[in-house]
Design a protein around this ligand. Structure first.
Ligand SMILES: [Zn+2]
Length: 67
């Protein structure tokens, strides 16, 4: 599977949670898994890694390794 088609744990690509744009074909697409303590439910958020890095705290970064 091409990296540009990778969807992670969900069946289709999610919009970037930072810029709101479609992530179809993006080579730096990442999926975030979000959980909250009192519940076992899981939420997935998609993002462009470059946009995610723009909003992360200093010292944190997301790298994309192309397979
Ligand atoms: Zn984005």
């Amino acid at each position: 599977m091409e990296n540009a088609d990778w969807t992670g744990p969900v069946s289709e690509r999610l919009r970037c949670c930072v810029c709101g744009d479609d992530t179809g074909g993006a080579e730096d697409y990442v999926v975030l898994q979000v959980t909250a303590a009192p519940s076992s439910s899981v939420q997935y958020l998609g993002a462009h890694a470059t946009h995610l890095n723009g909003v992360l705290a200093p010292g944190f970064s997301v790298e994309v390794h192309l397979m």
